[in-house]
Design a protein around this ligand. Structure first.
Ligand code: IPE
Ligand code: IPE
Ligand code: MG
Length: 239
């Protein structure tokens, strides 16, 4: 497997901001939605590659709370694409022993999409291989607000003293409860920003940004990012 360093561990958790579908399509003279369709194919190939590399967790940013501000037809197409692909991917997820988890707010997601998500999450719940976290209707600040509200309720119920709130309590109140923080964050299409993604969890995550648009991002790009991650020295503030 291309250039992976055998003596170094692979990251347990890789998170990806799958960006650049629209520009990929525009560059080819196609409508933006054609880019989203290609983006789904790229995501499928990356799930396979993540499994082959031996990642434990893969988080894919599929739709942000800010993406509702896009033109209505683009939003409708994205919802329809998700609904279609989630059912279509179920057999392969089962075959590969992949467990699906979805992070984000349920409220606001159209009912047919929610039904599809619930079905696939339920069917794959006992799978013990790769955990695929799909960030859908996800916003990092919403996630923190929901966590703060949950913690405030525990304080009001007398279960927790304000001064005892720990990092573990905050992590446990996030949508990613039980999932280790990402070791590596990949962003495609070259933008140098985090766009409201996993704000708490990426405190010490290694960043890898590539100019490649998401539909062109393939397994080899993932291997390259992982191999570069293996060569980095993580200091966590130490020496
Ligand atoms: C990422 O591609 C997919 C989603 C955000 C849903 P974009 O649609 O953001 O593509 P660009 O950034 O406009 O090229
Ligand atoms: C981030 O991409 C969200 C997803 C990939 C789902 P955007 O295209 O929405 O981010 P901005 O607008 O460039 O920050
Ligand atoms: Mg974008």
């Amino acid at each position: 497997m291309l250039a992976l360093v055998r003596s170094q561990p692979v990251p347990a958790h890789v998170a990806i901001i799958m960006d650049g579908n629209g520009r990929w399509a525009t560059r080819k003279g196609l409508p933006r939605v054609a880019g989203h369709r290609e983006g789904v194919k790229a995501a499928r190939a990356i799930v396979r590659a993540a499994d082959a590399v031996g990642l434990r967790y893969l988080t894919l940013y599929a739709f942000s709370t800010e993406n509702w501000s896009r033109p209505e037809d683009e939003v409708t197409t994205l919802m329809r694409l998700l609904e279609e692909s989630i059912y279509r991917e179920l057999p392969e997820l089962m075959e590969r022993n992949v467990r699906l988890r979805v992070i984000g707010r349920r409220h606001g997601v159209p009912l047919p999409v929610r039904r599809g998500i619930d079905h696939v999450v339920h069917e794959t719940r006992a799978n013990s291989g790769l955990t695929l976290l799909m960030a859908f209707n996800y916003g990092g600040r919403d996630e923190l607000l929901d966590a703060f509200r949950a913690l405030a309720r525990r304080v009001r119920a007398g279960e927790l003293a304000p001064d005892d709130i720990s990092e573990t309590d905050v992590s446990g109140a996030l949508y990613t409860d039980g999932v280790p923080d990402p070791d590596l964050l990949i962003r495609t299409s070259g933008e140098m920003r985090v766009s409201n993604f996993l704000l708490w969890q990426i405190a010490y995550t290694e960043l890898w940004i590539t100019p490649t648009y998401w539909p062109d991002f393939g397994p080899v790009d993932l291997y390259r990012a992982v191999a570069e991650f293996q060569r980095r020295t993580r200091r966590f503030g130490g020496v």
